[in-house]
Design a protein around this ligand. Sequence first.
Ligand SMILES: Cc1cc2nc3c(=O)[nH]c(=O)nc-3n(C[C@H](O)[C@H](O)[C@H](O)COP(=O)(O)O)c2cc1C
Length: 190
Amino acid sequence: MKRKTKVKSMDTYKTIRKRRSIRRFRDKEVPEELLEKCVDAGRLSPSGANLQPLKFITVTEKLEKTFECTNWAGYLEWEPTLNEMPRAYIVILKEKEKGHDLDAGIAAQSICLTARNQGVGSCILGALDFESLNDVLEVPEDHEIKLMVALGYPKKEPEVVEKSKDLEYYFEDDVLKVPKKSLEEVWIKR
Ligand SMILES: Cc1cc2nc3c(=O)[nH]c(=O)nc-3n(C[C@H](O)[C@H](O)[C@H](O)COP(=O)(O)O)c2cc1C
């Protein structure tokens, strides 16, 4: 008889399941120690050939100016108000002509999961006004912005909708519903 292998569930999986992109934040500061932990999580993330081409800018002062350079929820005619804006950002820079762009995505997820474990919400942002951000944040010439992670305490948690055909997220009773493909749809066995 075939014995079933019992797979021990891990905290990381729980955090991955619980993390949603947060786009409305409470008026509460993100502690400096958490930002430090998030940057450290980015630093320790994998990188192609271990080239470690990334640097991280934390933003806690120029919040409004940075917010002006962001774009939110492309599927919706909606954006967070100034009251709901992120209370910190981690901007992921990559050294020009060094390493792989994918490294930034991996670091971004490490940051989001680290934040989520401490009750802090996040949203990865790629639709950015790069030119203005370079000025606002005085990005070093030899580096380029790849992604930002917006951070803050969530006003409301979005919810996953399983097995939806349409992949566009939507609001229902003020809750953001995020469709995800089913496991069967994405899992290929050979
Ligand atoms: C590379 C990347 C870029 C993204 N850029 C933006 C963005 O500019 N603005 C935004 O509101 N959300 C952005 N998102 C968030 C996605 O819209 C979000 O991950 C997706 O809708 C699924 O929702 P979930 O994160 O709650 O699972 C981005 C996500 C990734 C991975």
